[in-house]
Design a protein around this ligand. Structure first.
Ligand SMILES: [Zn+2]
Length: 343
């Protein structure tokens, strides 16, 4: 959290330069690094403090911000090498003495009594700004808690920008005209479907192998229980392009929940409802603006509070962002293929 909050928080400054110092195992997630770059920061990455201070002094930052290592959230394999990882991001007297008088270091507190990332002999140095930071933090947290709790006078004079509540629309289903060029024969193999549902345009443009994989995933997610069948076809307009079809004979339509899951798993597919050999209804499914409340969903970040293995009451919830889904809780971006529980 300490570092994640800086990703947007540092935008209040101009010309921000950030040097991220951490071994790969502890590194800031890539999507946060990308967001820093998008926010206009100059970002450099280093594996350890040793590597960082081997540069010319003029290239080294004057302000260092330490964080606690989240050992409790590390896998067993990482705990085994935690001593080595910690040493890569620990500052001792030798390191600080090299930096000179203009240098300041910070830490959100509390620090670990054992194996702290700032050794105890640094407590009384004039470069140590941790206590001042805690004092500021106390006042800011008091004000924020008061504002959240609705203490009347705390925010009365606030004239800054107010965050607008984002509204999510639920209009991912688009009705499209059924062309009336006579009966359209949706054939699975040779036999046309008389009555039922045909899902068309699945993974259009992917390879036949990929399309088969998408189809089997969709069948699971829609809980079709082996009903119907599927087909990989060449597009009539462009014979080099493949697309997948799922046939559900006897179906009168998909439920709203099935439509939403299908729209999330296969954006831009078409659902055709066929009655007496005629396409009665044709729907184009767009990627939904948010998806949640389905047991098939899971965040791929196993440190996320919503990850199913963590047993917390928050269940997976994703918002559409830049053509992908973003986890509501940890902001990890997911391709639409990735929001589903692995079996
Ligand atoms: Zn998450």
């Amino acid at each position: 959290r300490t570092v994640h909050s800086k990703v947007d928080g540092l935008k209040i400054f101009d010309n921000v330069k950030v040097d991220l110092v951490a071994p790969q195992e502890l590194a800031l997630q890539e999507h946060y690094v990308q967001r820093m770059i998008e926010n206009g920061f100059e970002v450099r990455c280093f594996e350890s403090i040793e590597e960082y201070i081997s540069q010319k002094r003029s290239l080294i930052a004057d302000k260092w911000y330490f964080t606690r290592l989240q050992l409790g959230r590390m896998s067993d394999d990482m705990v085994k090498i935690s001593g080595k990882l910690r040493s890569m991001v620990t500052a001792n007297r030798d390191v600080i003495d090299k930096m000179g008088d203009d240098f300041l270091f910070y830490h959100p507190r509390p620090t670990f009594k054992w194996d702290p990332v700032i050794t105890h002999d640094l407590e009384d140095l004039s470069n140590n700004a941790c206590n001042r930071q805690s004092q500021n933090g106390f006042l800011i947290r008091t004000a924020l808690s008061g504002a959240l709790a609705g203490v009347p006078y705390i925010c009365d004079d606030f004239d800054g920008e107010v965050l607008e509540k984002k509204v999510y629309h639920d209009d991912f289903v688009q009705q499209i005209a059924c062309d009336d060029k006579g009966p359209k024969e949706y054939k699975q193999g040779v036999k046309p479907i008389e009555n039922g549902v045909v899902i068309d345009h699945i993974a259009r443009g992917s390879s036949a192998e990929e399309i088969k994989y998408h189809i089997s995933e969709i069948e699971k997610i829609l809980e079709l229980d082996g009903v119907g069948g599927s087909w990989v076809a060449k597009s009539k307009k462009d014979p080099d392009t493949h697309k997948g079809l799922i046939f559900l004979p006897g179906y009168e339509g998909l439920t709203e929940k099935q439509k939403k899951r299908l729209a999330a798993r296969s954006p831009n597919c078409r659902v055709n409802v066929i009655e007496n050999n005629q396409v009665k209804e044709k729907l184009l499914l767009h990627m939904p603006e948010q998806i949640y409340n389905f047991k098939q969903l899971d965040c791929k970040n196993d440190a996320c509070i919503s990850h199913s293995a963590n047993g917390e009451p928050m269940s997976a919830h994703f918002y559409k962002k830049n053509g992908d889904f973003e986890c509501k809780y940890c902001e990890t971006p997911h391709h639409f293929k990735e929001v589903w529980k692995k079996e």
